[in-house]
Design a protein around this ligand. Structure first.
Ligand code: F3S
Length: 429
């Protein structure tokens, strides 16, 4: 038996000894070894018991994953309160692919998708629509409370849960998230501790207007990497309440900090729950400082490399929404596109334009007149992860534009500011 460095209770030791079966024994050993690497003194209970699984795609290569899931299913082991998962990789109806791309996606890349989804349902996936990276939105309903301890791994969801909801979760990896939710324990270290939630960076925002969320998040992520930033000066633009607009802003901001760096938690002065309660006492004395003004944001924006083969050609595919758009963002983008088209006398968007949102938001939006209107203007709406779409070697030939800094970082897509994306999509010169 693995000899843990951390202290375990009798019940936890019993699982580690295999008294609850071999599968749980292996899961417990994984969790304990993971905690020992980070010198966690003990395990703590997961209090928000709904899980969220980062590994949502059935890539053929992940054979050990299917084997582990087979074992979990065979032993009838589940996440008792269920779990959501990251977005699906493909949607041929709304994100069209040519025959060769389809062949690569269906046979080579994601050939195990249906099989894997069946495995997920048996292990407790909430329902067949539960595929989104925004599980914490009210339409999805996997919402941790302040102080809750979670076992999630999706970086954009972890940073949102920690920062905006005040829950506690480390940036775990795939399957550690599922094991923690099944066993109900995670190791105590990092962002689960009061000390680990203190800020080591003081960020001072001195811009003339509300910065674009994804560029500000990117600037901070690249500067602080995996540390905790405390942002001063943003409440001047965002106010001191988390309303629907702020929710969307912080979702996009957080995802950029988490992908352009490895931020798992941020505090916004006067706005996010811990900053509201504890104010600047959250900032460590030896914290470093980073001042962000208009010039600095422009410098960061201009530093993004463009890795298209034909750099001087215009984009031919636009993805809006990564992480998945909130319902407010879907409505706002639809209204802006329609208004823009009317202003310049165009009937339809001039480039393939795809918005992404969760299946639950899409279901609601489909019942609104705005849905028919935006679809009639040539925009498609999907619930896939655009990053998974760019995994196909053939899609790399497309010149993708996006307003997502996460998608830009992990793919060959080029980032454009929201206003530029809008103008490009509607054909405004
Ligand atoms: Fe979500 Fe995929 Fe973007 S998981 S954050 S849509 S890369």
């Amino acid at each position: 038996m693995y000899k843990p460095k951390m202290k375990l209770t009798k019940g936890q030791l019993a699982i580690l000894r295999g008294e609850h079966g071999e599968t749980k024994q292996k899961m417990m050993e994984t969790i304990v070894r993971f905690g020992d690497i980070f010198n966690a003194p003990r395990l703590v209970r997961v209090t928000h018991k709904k899980g969220h699984l980062v590994t949502s795609f059935g890539i053929n290569l992940l054979k050990p994953l299917y084997k582990t899931m087979e074992e979990i299913n065979a032993n009838n082991i589940k996440v008792e309160e269920g779990f959501t998962a990251d977005p699906r990789p493909i949607d041929y109806k709304n994100v069209k692919c040519n025959l060769l791309e389809k062949l690569i996606f269906s046979k080579i890349m994601y050939g195990k998708q249906s099989y894997y989804e069946e495995q997920l349902l048996k292990a407790g996936l909430i329902d067949k629509d539960a595929f989104t990276c925004t599980p914490y939105l009210k339409e999805v309903g996997n919402i941790p409370k302040e102080g809750d301890i979670l076992s999630w791994a999706e970086s954009s969801a972890v940073v949102y849960a920690n920062s905006v909801l005040g829950a506690r979760c480390n940036r775990n990896s795939g399957m550690i998230d599922l094991f923690g939710s099944i066993l109900g324990y995670v190791p105590l270290f990092g962002l689960l501790t009061n000390e680990g939630r203190k800020a080591t960076w003081r960020i001072i925002v001195k811009t003339s207007k509300l910065p674009e969320a994804q560029i500000l998040g990117s600037a901070i992520g690249m500067k602080v990497r995996e540390e905790v930033p405390y942002v001063i000066g943003l409440d001047k633009f965002l106010g001191d309440e988390i309303n629907e607009d702020v929710e969307g802003y912080l979702k996009d901001f957080g995802a950029a900090t988490a992908s352009n760096g490895a931020v798992g938690l941020f505090h916004i002065d006067n706005l996010t729950p811990e900053a509201k309660r504890m104010g600047m006492t959250l900032i460590k004395q030896e914290a470093q400082e980073y001042i962000i003004d208009d010039q600095e944001l422009e410098r960061v924006y201009k530093s993004y490399p463009v890795i298209w083969k034909k750099k001087d050609k215009p984009g031919n595919l636009v993805f809006i929404g990564c992480p998945h758009l909130t319902i407010k963002q879907v409505r706002d983008w639809s209204n802006k596109i329609i208004k823009g088209l009317e202003e310049i006398g165009h009937k339809k968007v001039v480039v393939r334009t795809i918005m992404t949102t969760s299946p639950y938001v899409l279901k609601i939006f489909k019942n609104e007149p705005l849905y028919e209107e935006i679809i009639s203007r040539g925009v498609k709406i999907t619930s896939i992860c655009p990053l998974m779409y760019t995994n196909n070697p053939l899609t790399k030939l497309r010149r993708i534009l996006t307003n997502s800094n996460k998608l830009r970082t992990y793919s060959h897509a080029k980032y454009l500011k929201n206003e530029d994306i809008l103008n490009f999509v509607i054909g405004r010169k």
